[in-house]
Design a protein around this ligand. Structure first.
Ligand code: NCD
Length: 457
């Protein structure tokens, strides 16, 4: 629906780009935010549609630096159309698509295909990420300059690490010339081996191969050393261990161009979840129960890791939350834990999960919104700062959410094709009520209330 003129009245406006957190109004027109603050009747156009924002938070649309849209090649897991609807429902208005597609995004033609599909099918802004290496094989650099000219916003071989240290070094050298980050999936393969979950008592109990924390930390340490040696832009994907936090903190303290992200599941769940949250295993082997929807890379870890990550997010050592939305088809998950695909479908539950931290007073509302808006925008670079702002004159990319609304996750209602989440059946508190992209209402929940159109006295 085109919303030429819409007034959101009496919402709690949280705009970290301007350090703003107060009740007020937002006026949208011609795709932009035209006014913000307490607006007198004389500033409101005749016939303007009015939304009652009382009790709701209005913030810039969320930005996701890391999601898997699976197109081209794996449309049975997700499509750009379905992923974009899931994003809109989750409050995201800009999402960055990882290049582990088939073919992978290692040349301009694939970037152009994604951009074309996004123009045709997507409700939200999709920013493609290009491969670091040709074919994601890790041997030879992709044509990074060609990819940058085609419009990628970062480089990554996500799903696999850039394993060869010299290739990573070269990628970082190019990244500083191109001004785009290298996002590395940190996994030292000689340590993770055949691991399928976090090393620890639960893995031992289940007899599953564990992935030690050092598999992540050694590669982060390597990458930081290479970023220091080259002056390149390093963004660490999906941090999951307590030990990764001081590595990032120290790199930042030394003034290196290093940023990091964390996923909602690593902030809110542990390896205990592998045993099956509801005690109803989806798969059982040898009398032992496990839930394959918890299988994700990096793996869910221990409570002390969760606590360290939450603290680092609150402190700003971790710059942003990224979903790592990794949708899979049913058959990729209805197998043994060993054989199941890694990944969780996250776009539609991210906000509800993160608000748990806000309700528990471990993260302020302002910090949560910052890590979903200004945080990721900063990683993308200065030219993206308007995407994370409610400043009049910027595009009306807005999410309106009710932080108190309880709802139960029912994956049959997901817009994403990926129903793979351990949160199925869980009650979360906090839900998106409306999402606007460029002033268009791209998602609305049944709770969205329109008042009578505005009439000037
Ligand atoms: C991702 C996927 O499915 O593409 N899976 C995941 O568990 N995060 C790739 C990856 O990061 O391993």
């Amino acid at each position: 629906m085109e919303t030429d003129s819409i007034l959101i009245r009496h919402a709690r406006i949280v705009d970290p780009s301007r350090k703003l957190d107060r009740v007020g109004d937002l006026l949208l027109g011609s795709g932009e935010i035209t006014a913000a603050g307490r607006l007198g009747p004389d500033r409101i156009p005749e016939g303007c549609r009015v939304i009652d924002g009382a009790g709701l938070v209005a913030s810039p649309g969320f930005i996701d630096l890391h999601c898997h849209l699976r197109e081209p090649g794996f449309e049975y897991k997700e499509t750009i159309a379905a992923g974009s609807k899931a994003a809109a429902k989750g409050g995201f208005t800009t999402i960055c698509a990882m290049p582990n597609t088939d073919p992978p995004v290692d040349n301009a033609a694939v970037v152009e295909f994604i951009q074309k599909r996004a123009r045709q099918d997507s409700l939200v802004r999709i920013l493609p990420i290009g491969c670091v290496s040709k074919g994601r094989k890790g041997h030879e650099l992709a044509e990074m300059e060609e990819l940058a000219s085609a419009g990628v916003v970062a480089f990554s071989d996500d799903g696999d690490p850039v394993y060869d240290a010299n290739l990573m070094r070269l990628a970082l050298i190019y990244s500083s010339d191109l001004g785009l980050p290298i996002i590395n999936h940190c996994q030292e393969l000689s340590l993770s081996c055949n691991g399928v979950m976090a090393e620890g008592p639960v893995a031992t109990h289940l007899g599953l191969d564990g992935i030690p924390a050092a598999a992540e930390e050694t590669m982060i340490a390597r990458d930081i050393a290479l970023a220091e040696a080259t002056g390149g832009r390093l963004h660490v994907a999906h941090l999951s261990t307590a030990g990764s936090v001081p590595l990032v903190r120290d790199a930042k303290a030394r003034g290196l161009s290093v940023t990091a992200e964390v996923c909602p599941h690593h902030l809110t769940s542990t390896d205990q979840w592998v045993l099956g949250r509801k005690g109803e295993p989806t798969t059982a082997a040898g009398g032992l129960a496990y839930d394959t929807s918890t299988k994700v890379y990096p793996p869910l870890r221990a409570q002390r890791d969760v606590e360290a990550l939450v603290q680092a997010l609150a402190d700003g050592v971790i710059d942003c939350v990224a979903t790592d939305h990794a949708p899979h088809d049913v058959t990729s998950k209805q197998v043994t834990y060993q054989d199941a695909a890694f990944g969780i479908s996250v776009l539609e539950t991210a906000l509800g999960s993160l608000l748990q931290l806000v309700h528990a007073k471990k993260l302020s509302m302002g910090a949560m919104v910052d890590r979903l808006t200004t945080g990721p925008a900063r990683v993308l670079g200065e030219s993206y700062s308007d995407l994370a702002s409610l400043q009049p004159g910027t595009a009306a990319d807005i999410v309106l959410f009710d932080p108190e609304r309880e709802w139960t996750v029912d994956t049959s209602e997901f817009e994403s094709k990926g129903r793979n989440t351990p949160l199925e059946g869980t009650t979360l508190k906090g839900r998106v009520v409306a999402t606007f992209a460029g002033g268009s209402l791209i998602y609305q929940s049944p709770e969205l209330k329109f008042e009578e159109p505005h009439v000037n006295a």
